[in-house]
Ligand binder design. Sequence first.
Ligand code: SF4
Length: 289
Amino acid sequence: MHYEGMIIRPPSEADSILLQVTLGCSHNKCTFCGTFREKRFNIKKDDVIFEDIEFARTHCRRQNRLFICDGDALIVPQRRLVPILERIKERLPWVERVGLYANTKGIGMKTDEELEELASLGVKIAYMGLESGDDQVLKEIRKGADSAKMIKMGRRIKKAGIKLSVTVLLGLAGPDRSMIHARETGRVLSDMDPDFVGALSLMLVPGTELHEQHRNGEFKLLEPTQMLAELGEMIANTHLTQGLFHANHASNYLPIRARLPRDKEKTLELISEALQGKIELKPEFMRAL
Ligand code: SF4
C-alpha cells in the first residue's frame, strides 16, 4: 500500500482494509487536533489508488470492511469518488462495508442524490466529528460549522441511508462551561439521532493551539471526576431513538457502552457510583489517544 504519513482510523475500523484516497484534512484548523498538521491536503492520483485496490485484492481477502483514509473523503469530487467505489466493488467483491470520515464541508458539497449514489455503491457508515453542540465552543475550537449546520449535515447522511457515527469530546469547554457543553451536545445529538456516538476525553496534543492556550493559562483541563460528571450530564440530555453511546476509548476514565434509551438509567447509576468513589477510574498513565 502507498501510505503517506500517519494513518488514522476509527477504533471500529481496526480490522478494515485501509485505503488512502486523500492526504490530510481539507479543514485542518481545529485548535485541539494535531492529526494532520504536517500534511498538506491533497487527493491521491487514481493510478496509485487503483494499485492499492489491486494490492488488497491479493493480500486482504479476509477483511470484509474497507475504510477510506485520510481526513474527509467526501470532499473528493463525485466524478472521481464514484469510479473508486466501483473499482472496490468490482475488484474486492467480498467487501461488505465502506466507511469514511465526513465533515460538514464535505457533506455540504454533495447533493442528496450524490450521497444516495455513494450509499448504493457500498458506503455504509460515515464518521463525523461533532466535538461539541455548544456554538461558543464550536467557534472557539474553529470547527468551521455551528450546531445547526452539524445537525443538518448529520441528518442528510442518515437520510441517504448511510449509518452515522458521531464523535464528541469531553473536557473541550474547560471547567467553567462544562455543563453547558454537556447539555448542548446532548441537544444536538438528540436532534441528529445518530446510530453511534463515541465520547472521547480530551488529551492535549503538543504543537496544537489548544495545547498552547493551556500553557498560557487561557484554557483549563478538567479533573477526571469533572470529566465524568460532564459525561453523565451529556448522557442524561441525549435522547436517541435507538443508538449506541460508547465512551470506551483509551482516553476515557471509565469505560461505558450503552444502548440508548434502554441503558440510560443503568449507565447514569454507574457514573454516579464512580463519582462517589465506589468504582476505580483509569489511572492517568494508562490513558492514550
Ligand atoms: S476536521 Fe477533523 S481532522 Fe480536520 S482538523 Fe478538525 S478534527 Fe482534525
